[in-house]
Write a protein that binds this ligand. Structure first.
Ligand code: HEM
Length: 487
């Protein structure tokens, strides 16, 4: 094997990479050993800020193949032909833990997929749950603060979590999923993904449809109980990475069947619920799942940092034929992600190989730190727009149909008529007795150390879902107390 010659980062060959340059064998080191300084300085800069949420993650590349013709709903190019394949990158994550957190922890899982389409990147940045804890982005930083470490103890605080949740009945739906079996999948291959928000499709005739994306695991669902997970974590903190990376290395390619629920634009005026409320699902009886395609993961990253850590997913990345919706949470996210990326990765993060579209890119953003690709449009005279020198020009053919909006500007809160209990009740009633028992025990376990007045406030909410729900948790709490007293 012919070995490459070791060089400095400026390309000059290096004679030794073992011994510092010293005055005599005992030192001291000479200032002119620049390569020593360079090596130490680079090491000091090896870390970047971790994601403020979803810091621990596992990713892989793959393909998305269209299996159903949806061209009457969307003009999205990558959905235009049955059999068409698009390259994708998926990253799964836990929400609250830091980069070193154990994988098998009970938490919501992120489920983000970047579709490198012929008309630019579309990012589906969802979770393994079809709904979320809150419905207003104003509350997101406070909510996340309750999931992170307490400023004094530097420990996570059950009191903070239940204090917040017990003042937000809209969180009951997500709490119920989180504390149920689905709240602790054994590995990313064994869970579903959902965009959760309502997004939109629009077609060539200018019609808009509200849609919800569902990615259904084809491996089946697998979960850990809390006890099983504790044992797994005792053996390995990296169980998801091992399972996903190892599976793909062995040729075991996980797949998800992808569906959408589709609601004609005008229906949003007549549904008894707000179809843009992120804490609610759409009944499948009214809006059944329609198959779109199959997603497969079949290639591991060659370099985790470059390709997974530096991956930048954002709900603001859409392509013609796919649009946003009035969902307030989504609107907040449209700002937050690209802002996080500029901070975490730098101004030109979209030009990093993992984020760069496979579609041609032609924009007028210029200069800035680390502009490592040409800083013009390919034509030095076309550096502003409009110009008369043949620079890239807008294409009115990809204009989204107008959206009629109206209403008085105000800060609308939970005083609106919203039933935050009915859908939770429906979900609770789907569980069999064993599932309910695990749900009660998981909730009681997560409530350890929480002051009574907060517990009472939260239990009153569970009771409004169903007396059985509240009583089940009360019983589980007293059993936990008995065990503690006996222990
Ligand atoms: C990551 C903000 C709600 C799914 C992030 C990041 C931020 C953020 C700043 C880190 C981005 C980065 O550094 O690359 C917000 C805000 C929200 C919100 C402000 C509400 C207003 C949600 C919801 C979902 C979600 C509702 C799911 C439906 C994700 C996922 C990631 C993420 C999957 C990780 C993406 C990756 O793998 O890189 N969020 N988030 N977030 N968020 Fe959110």
């Amino acid at each position: 094997m012919t070995q490459k010659r070791l060089t400095t980062s400026a390309g000059a060959p290096i004679a030794t990479n073992q011994n510092s340059l010293t005055a005599g064998p005992r030192g001291p080191v000479l200032m002119q050993d620049y390569q020593l300084i360079e090596k130490l300085a680079h090491q000091n800069r090896e870390r970047i800020a971790e994601r403020v949420v979803h810091a621990k993650g596992w990713g892989a590349f793959g393909t998305f193949r269209v299996t159903n013709d949806l061209t009457r709903y969307t003009r999205a190019h990558f959905l235009s032909r049955v059999g068409q394949e698009t390259e994708i990158l998926a990253r799964f994550s836990t929400v609250a833990g830091e980069q070193g957190a154990a994988d098998a922890e009970r938490d919501v899982r992120g489920f983000a997929v970047k579709f490198y389409t012929e008309e630019g990147n579309w990012d589906m940045v969802g979770n393994n749950t079809p709904i979320f804890f809150i419905r207003d982005p104003y509350k997101f930083p406070d909510f996340i603060r309750t999931q992170k470490r307490h400023p004094r103890t530097n420990l996570r605080s059950a009191t903070a979590m239940w204090d917040f949740w017990s003042q937000h009945p809209e969180s009951l739906h997500q709490i119920t999923i989180l504390m149920s079996d689905r709240g602790l999948p054994t590995a990313p291959m064994y869970m579903n993904g959902y965009a959760s928000h309502t997004l939109s499709f629009w077609n060539d005739s200018g019609e808009r449809f509200w849609i919800k994306w569902h990615f259904k695991t084809m491996q089946g669902h697998r979960h850990f109980t809390n006890e099983e997970a504790a044992k797994v974590i005792g053996d390995s903190r990296e169980s998801y990475q091992e399972a996903l990376f190892g599976g793909i290395e062995n040729g075991d390619y996980p797949q998800w069947r992808v569906f959408v629920q589709i609601m004609p634009e005008a229906d949003a005026e007549k549904t008894p619920y707000n179809p843009f409320d992120l804490t609610k699902v759409w009944p499948h009886a009214d809006y059944p799942l329609i198959e779109v395609g199959v997603m497969e993961l079949n290639r591991n990253a060659d370099n985790y940092f470059a390709e997974i850590e530096q991956a930048a997913f954002s709900p603001s990345n859409i392509v013609p034929g796919i649009g946003f919706s009035p969902d307030k949470m989504l609107q907040g996210r449209l700002f937050a992600y690209a802002d996080a990326h500029r901070h975490r990765l730098g101004t030109h993060y979209e030009a990093l190989p993992v984020n760069a579209p496979k579609a041609p890119v032609a924009h007028y953003h210029k200069d800035g730190a680390m502009r490592f690709f040409r800083n013009d449009t390919g034509n030095p005279d076309a550096y502003y727009e409009p110009n008369s020198f043949g620079g890239p020009a807008e294409d009115p053919g990809v204009a989204e149909p107008p959206l009629r909006i109206s209403g008085d500007a105000d800060r609308y809160g939970n005083e609106q008529e919203v039933d935050d209990f009915a859908q939770v009740r429906d979900l609770f009633n789907l569980f069999d007795n064993a599932q309910k028992a695990r749900l009660f025990a998981n909730i009681a376990g997560a409530m350890a150390g929480v002051p009574k007045f907060i517990l009472d406030r939260q239990l009153a909410l569970f009771e409004q879902v169903s007396p059985d729900y509240g009583n089940g948790i009360r019983k589980a709490l007293s059993e936990t107390a008995d065990t503690n007293a006996a222990g």
